[in-house]
Design a protein around this ligand. Structure first.
Ligand code: NAG
Ligand code: NAG
Ligand code: NAG
Length: 551
C-alpha cells in the first residue's frame, strides 16, 4: 500500500468544482415499500444446456480451463506468444461467505455446472433464525436444479413480484446473450449507429455487442442518496485516482442507466469514495484503517436497516468502486461487501481476494485535465526508435527487479530509469517507444497501461499473472498487449525483439482500436467509453447472479 497520499492530494480537484451540475435531484424523495420479507438468495452460475458451450464467455466457472474458452476465442486472432489471462482465474465463480454460511457446488443433470450458494440470515448481525420445515421450500420449478434454502421470514411472506419481474428481464437478457455466443461467425453484425465491435481485440465481439445493447435496453442502477459529500457522492476527478471520482460523478449524472426508483433497480451503487475518506477521515501516518472501515460498515448498516435491498441479496446486487490502493482492505469492513458484492477496484490482485467472476477490475487513469482526447495518438512503428521504455519510482514488488537489471545496462533499446533527465518528456518517450513497460507500483494497477494505449505504444504487463486486467471478460488482451513474468525480466529484450515488424504493426493497430474503451470524455460519458465499460462489467456480474424472491 502507498505509505502516503499527500503527494497526490495537492493536484486533486474535486468533481464538485471541475464539473457542474453535481448532485442533481439527489433530494428526490422516494417512497419505499417496507416489505421486510426475508428471502433466500440463490447465486446461480450460468450454464448453458449444451455442454459444448457450458463456459459462458464471461463466466470464469470453477471448471474453466483454457480449452473451455476455445470456442469463444476470436478465430485466427490472438497474440502469438502472449499469456491468456483467463487461465489464472480457475477458482472463479465462488463467493466467499463468512460465519456459518454454506458454499455448495451443485452438479445437476450430469452436465450443467451450477454454483449454488444458499444462505440464511447472517449470524454476525442477526440472531440465529430457527429454520422450520416450512421454510425449506423447493426451488421454483423453472430452476429445478437450484438448491434454495430459505430463511425464516420475520414478517408474513409476500411474493416480491417486483423482484421477480426484474429477474425475468435479466433471464431474458441472459439467454439472448448466451444465444449470441453461439454461431457468431454466421451472423450479420448488429446494427449500431455509433460503433460495431469487431475483430480480435474481443473475446467474442458479437456477444459483447449483444450484451452491450441488452444492457442499454434493460439495466438500471440505483444510487443510494444517503451520505454527504465529499466522502459520499463525490471523488477525485484528477490524479491517478480519477476513475473513482469520474465514475461516481458520471453515475450521479447518468440518466439512461440510472433509476431513481430502487424497486426498478437491478443493481445498487454504494457511492462512497475511499480516496476522499483517506483525505478526510484517515489520521495521517496512523496506519489505522479502522475509521475508514467503520464509515463503510456504518453506511451499510444504515442502508440495510432503512431499505430491504441489502438484506434481500446479502449485498450480491450491490456494488462499490474504488481506485485507491486501500479499496480491497476497506471493503473487508463488511463480510458480505467483501464476499458477495461486486467490488470495482483498481487494486485487482487475485492473490488478495480479488475474484474476477464477481469483482471488476477498474482501470487506473491519471487524468491531469478534464479530457484525454487531446493527449491521444502517436506515431507509427517506423518512427519509434526505442524498443522498450519505463520510468518510475523504485517501489512495490516488481520494479526493483526491473530497475536492477536494466537501469544501468546502458542498452539504447531498453530505456529503464527512475527519473527522466530534465527536459525529457515522459509522454514523448512513450511516443518514441514501441513497447511501454507497465509494472504495477505498490499494488498491481498502473496508470501506464491506459497511457500506453492512448499513445499507441504496445503495453507490456509485468507481473506473475495475479493482476486481473480491466475488461478482460470482453477484451482479448493477448491481441494487443504483452504479458511478461517477473522472472523473465532479464529476457525482456529478447522477448520483445522477437516480435516481427508485421506482428507489431498488427498489435499497434489493435491498441488504437481498443482505445475507445479506455477513453474518459469531458462532459457526459459516451457509448463504449471507460464509464460504460465499467458499467458493462457490473452488468455481466449482475447477470451471473439470480436473487430468489420469496415464493
Ligand atoms: C473467506 O472467508 C474466510 C472467513 O470466513 C477467510 O478466512 C478467508 O480468508 C476468506 N477468503 C478470501 C479469499 O478472502
Ligand atoms: C436487515 O437485517 C438487519 C440485521 O440482520 C436488521 O437489523 C434490519 O432491520 C434488516 N433490514 C430490514 C429492512 O428488515
Ligand atoms: C499481489 O498480492 C500478493 C499477495 O499479497 C503479493 O505478494 C504480490 O506482490 C501482489 N502483486 C503485485 C504485483 O503487487
Amino acid at each position: 500500500m502507498r505509505a502516503t497520499v499527500s503527494s497526490t492530494t495537492s493536484s486533486e480537484t474535486p468533481c464538485l468544482l471541475c464539473l457542474h451540475g453535481h448532485g442533481r435531484g439527489r433530494t428526490a424523495a422516494t417512497a419505499y415499500a417496507v416489505a421486510a420479507c426475508l428471502v433466500a438468495v440463490t447465486f446461480l452460475a450460468l450454464a448453458a444446456r449444451d455442454p459444448r458451450t457450458q463456459a459462458f464467455w464471461f463466466l470464469y466457472s470453477s471448471s474453466s480451463s483454457l480449452s473451455s474458452f476455445a470456442s469463444l476465442q476470436p478465430s485466427g486472432g490472438g497474440g502469438e506468444y502472449l499469456l491468456v489471462t483467463s487461465s489464472s482465474y480457475s477458482d472463479g465463480g465462488r463467493r466467499n461467505r463468512t460465519g456459518k454460511e454454506v458454499l455448495e457446488e451443485v452438479q445437476s443433470d450430469g452436465e450443467d455446472l451450477l454454483l449454488s450458494l444458499t444462505d440464511s440470515i447472517p449470524a454476525t448481525d442477526a440472531p440465529e433464525p430457527q429454520p422450520t420445515p416450512a421454510a425449506l421450500a423447493p426451488a421454483p420449478a423453472t430452476e429445478s436444479s437450484d438448491e434454495v434454502i430459505q430463511a425464516t421470514p420475520q414478517v408474513p411472506r409476500r411474493r416480491d413480484v417486483k423482484l421477480e419481474r426484474l429477474e425475468l428481464g435479466l433471464a431474458k437478457a441472459r439467454s439472448a446473450i448466451m444465444e449470441a455466443t453461439r454461431n457468431k461467425d454466421n451472423r450479420p453484425p448488429l446494427a449500431d449507429k455509433d460503433y460495431v465491435p469487431m475483430g480480435p481485440i474481443y473475446r467474442n465481439a458479437y456477444a459483447f455487442h449483444k450484451s452491450y445493447l441488452e444492457m442499454e435496453k434493460l439495466f438500471k442502477v440505483y444510487v443510494y442518496e444517503e451520505g454527504e459529500p465529499p466522502v459520499f457522492h463525490d471523488g477525485p476527478c484528477r490524479s491517478i485516482y480519477s476513475t473513482e471520482g469520474r465514475f461516481i460523478y458520471s453515475m450521479e449524472m447518468e440518466s439512461r442507466l440510472r433509476t431513481r426508483d430502487p424497486d426498478l433497480a437491478h443493481a445498487f451503487f454504494l457511492p462512497f469514495s475511499i480516496v476522499k475518506m483517506v483525505m478526510m477521515i484517515y489520521e495521517p501516518n496512523s496506519h489505522d484503517m479502522g475509521p475508514l472501515k467503520r464509515t463503510v460498515s456504518d453506511y451499510i448498516s444504515v442502508l440495510s436497516a432503512k431499505y430491504p435491498y441489502w438484506n434481500r441479496s446479502l449485498g450480491a446486487d450491490h456494488f462499490m468502486l474504488s481506485c485507491h490502493d486501500w479499496g480491497p482492505y476497506v471493503s473487508r469492513a463488511n463480510g458480505h461487501l467483501f464476499g458477495n458484492s461486486i467490488r470495482v477496484l483498481c487494486n485487482a490482485n487475485t492473490s488478495e481476494g480479488f475474484n474476477p467472476s464477481k469483482d471488476v477490475s477498474l482501470p487506473e487513469i491519471n487524468l491531469r485535465s478534464d479530457v484525454v482526447d487531446r493527449q491521444v495518438g502517436g506515431p507509427s512503428a517506423s518512427r519509434r526508435p526505442i524498443l522498450a521504455f519505463f520510468a518510475g519510482g523504485n517501489h512495490g514488488p516488481v520494479r526493483p527487479a526491473l530497475l536492477a537489471h536494466w537501469k544501468d545496462a546502458g542498452d539504447p533499446d531498453v530505456r529503464v530509469s527512475e527519473y527522466l533527465p530534465r527536459g525529457v518528456s515522459y509522454t514523448g518517450m512513450m511516443r518514441r517507444s514501441r513497447f511501454c513497460l507497465c509494472p504495477g507500483g505498490y499494488e498491481v494497477a498502473s496508470p501506464r497501461l491506459a497511457e500506453a494505449i492512448y499513445l499507441e505504444c504496445v503495453p507490456v504487463v509485468v507481473d506473475d499473472g495475479e493482476y486481473a486486467l480491466p475488461f478482460a471478460d470482453v477484451l482479448n488482451w493477448d491481441a494487443f498487449a504483452v504479458r511478461l513474468r517477473v522472472a523473465d525480466i532479464p529476457r525482456l529484450k529478447e522477448v520483445l525483439s522477437a516480435v516481427s515488424p508485421r506482428q507489431y504493426i498488427r498489435m499497434q493497430r489493435r491498441v488504437r482500436a481498443v482505445r475507445r474503451h479506455f477513453m474518459v470524455h469531458g462532459g457526459a460519458p459516451r457509448r463504449y467509453d471507460a464509464f460504460h465499460m465499467i458499467l458493462h462489467s457490473v452488468w455481466l456480474r449482475r447477470l451471473n447472479v439470480r436473487i430468489a424472491a420469496e415464493g
